[in-house]
Design a protein. Structure first.
Length: 627
């Protein structure tokens, strides 16, 4: 690699061209899906509600016109609507053709089967109310996040001097990261690797990385570091790729007594998190009632103005607008002055509320799942960057294979780990899994450096139980089937065996004990079709009725960041040619296996799986435990 600055620029220009490919690909795919895919499949995928009823419409505290949308059918299907996502409305005529209303709205928040949507203007509200027939709502292509990523990348590429240019050279060029030289601080309540990580974060002048394998207390370490940095800095910015991850770390900070201002809305609408959102705090401000009545007066004057224009009305509107803006600025300033942590997704860091704000330190959690261009949206606001995550777990989602193979799937965290290994602190003590469940993952992904804490080392559900087993379906003549182009594959016989295995294990534990101890179970499959099939089997079987609240079934991605006492994994693949598709991405399997605290059961065809060295080694590791 060249040593002059242009080499880092060239790397980013290449990334930008890959991002354009991903954008074009996703836009085209979305267009085809919207036009071609049947409505029932959209509903099944959770990207569409149909039919919906409209609830009340009103102006929210941020003066946005919003309307309630209520789902009427298919309420058990999990959906993917969440804060900030764009949506479009449509009607369906008698011939089954869809007619889209020509405006895009944005999700403000979702709670169960009710969603509040921000409308672009009063005209769009009229269009909704005048529609004939049943109304539906579906996710739309997210143009705005791409726009933010393009802008951020261009800014970094064009930066000639200043902090942005320096950070670009530190991350992609030959510049070496600098450190402060103050002494170590003791944190007796942390383990040695966590204490070392917090100290290295405090000492980093430019960049530091916390590499947290499963169960090693990455969030605990981050919260400690943020708490400590706030002794030295007035405010920090905390971001993550997903709203869920932002909520998780925000909650931990709030529990620690840190005043958090959450930009955007939480995924799980609970009162604890909602009360920390900008919107709710804005509404609760003592000056807000005054602002509300000014805005109401402005709207009423606008109504009058439509009927007949008079100069005095226009003057009144302008003067009220000036006073309202002044008041809005004052409320905003007081909310920011009270907050010590501003928390949002990477894309939301470009929110107009944060316009012009600068931060000494930016934390990016879940950095191994974030595209590099998304990270730069937030980095523009910061002086130093701390990334946390695990690049041996789930990668970012990329739809265009050409872009992924070109290197768009290489995250900023991975780049820095590779180029500047001195910035990395690995957390090495895990508090989740029995040691036998953990050992294979530690050896394969983390050079055997992860250890089990003494209190979890031998944890198990039953005495003399084997914590990890592989139920081999190779001799059972199970076969995978292909369903739908992106639903992937299903293996019905293996699904039935998974459910039967779970039932037998619950019976072995004993129903009373299982419920008394609130044991919880996760059924994981890499394929959506298998997940839906497993859910159906559990729903239909009356045996599982008492346990419904403690059994969850999901894809690997759906279990990211979670843990359960008992995990069953249905691998699905069973074919003559040893084809294992995206199970070749071993990071997925790492996530799936490391969700289990006490018991891990893998169901799969070893003839198919063992042609890959990872699965061959895993199967023989599990066999060796049974000897």
């Amino acid at each position: 690699m060249n040593t002059h600055p242009s080499s880092s620029v060239a790397i980013l220009q290449h990334k930008l061209s890959l991002l354009r490919k991903e954008y074009e690909y996703e836009k085209e795919t979305f267009k085809q899906q919207t036009e071609v895919m049947g409505i029932s499949r959209k509903i099944k995928r959770g990207m569409c509600w149909y039919p919906v009823a409209l609830g009340r419409s009103y102006y929210n505290s941020l003066n946005q016109l919003v309307i309630e949308v209520i789902r009427q059918e298919d309420k058990e299907i999990e959906h993917v609507f969440e804060y900030g996502k764009p949506v479009v409305f449509f009607t369906q005529d008698f011939s089954g053709n869809l007619h889209y209303l020509n405006f895009t709205a944005t999700v403000n928040y979702v709670e169960d089967d009710r969603m509040v949507v921000i409308l672009p203007n009063p005209e769009s509200q009229m269009k909704l109310q005048l529609t004939d027939g049943k109304l539906g709502v579906q996710l739309y292509f997210d143009e705005s996040t791409y726009k933010l990523m393009f802008e951020a990348m261009n800014r970094v590429i064009e930066a000639k001097q200043g902090r942005l240019a320096e950070l670009r050279e530190l991350f992609h060029g030959t510049a070496a990261p600098q450190n402060f030289t103050f002494g170590m601080t003791r944190f007796p309540w942390l383990n040695a690797s966590q204490e070392m990580a917090v100290n290295r974060l405090l000492q980093a002048k430019d960049v530091a990385i916390v590499h947290g394998p499963p169960g090693t207390g990455k969030t605990t370490t981050l919260v400690e570091a943020i708490y400590e940095i706030l002794h030295r800095e007035n405010q920090v910015l905390v971001c993550a790729q997903s709203n869920m991850a932002v909520d998780w770390i925000s909650e931990k900070l709030i529990d620690r007594g840190v005043p958090v201002l959450r930009i955007g809305n939480p995924v799980r609408v609970n009162d604890k998190m909602l009360s920390f959102t900008y919107e709710r705090k804005f509404e609760a401000h003592p000056d807000y009632p005054q602002l509300w009545s000014m805005r109401k007066a402005i709207r009423e004057l606008h109504q009058k103005k439509r009927k007949g224009t008079s100069e005095s009305i226009r003057t009144k509107i302008n003067s009220l607008k000036d006073r309202a803006t002044e008041l809005e600025i004052r409320i905003r300033a007081s909310l920011f002055n009270e907050a010590r942590v501003v928390a949002c997704t990477l894309a939301s860091s470009a929110n107009r509320i944060l316009m012009g704000e600068k931060y000494g330190t930016l934390f990016i959690d879940e950095a191994a799942q974030a595209l590099e261009p998304a990270c730069w949206i937030a980095i523009q606001k910061a002086d130093r960057v701390i990334l946390a995550g695990d690049h041996c777990q789930l990668p970012p989602t990329i739809k265009c294979m050409e872009a992924a193979h070109g290197g768009l799937d290489v995250t900023l965290m991975e780049e820095i780990v590779k180029n500047k290994p001195g910035t990395v602190s690995l957390l090495t003590m895990q508090y989740r899994m029995n040691e036998e469940i953990m050992r294979f993952s530690s050896d394969w992904f983390y050079h055997g450096q992860v250890q089990a804490a003494p209190e979890v080392k031998y944890r198990s559900v039953l005495d003399y139980d084997t914590p990890i087993e592989w139920i081999d379906t190779a001799d059972m003549d199970f076969k995978e089937e292909f369903v739908g182009e992106s639903f992937g594959r299903i293996n019905r016989a293996e699904g039935e065996l998974s459910v039967a295995t779970l039932k037998a294990y619950i019976e072995k534990i004993g129903k009373e004990r299982f419920l008394d101890e609130r044991l919880d179970v996760g059924l994981i499959s890499p394929y959506k079709a298998q997940v839906q099939f497993l859910r159906q089997l559990l729903r239909k079987d009356p045996f599982f009725k008492p346990y419904r609240g403690v059994i969850s079934v999901n894809t690997v991605d759906g279990f990211q960041g979670q843990e359960r006492d008992i995990i069953l994994i249905s691998l699905v693949r069973a074919n003559e040619d040893g084809q294992i598709g995206f199970l070749r991405d071993l990071r997925r399997m790492n996530v799936a296996m490391t969700r289990a605290r006490m018991k891990l059961i893998i169901l799969g065809d070893t003839n198919t799986m063992s042609r890959h060295p990872f699965y061959q080694k895993l199967a023989s590791y599990i066999q060796s435990l049974h000897k």
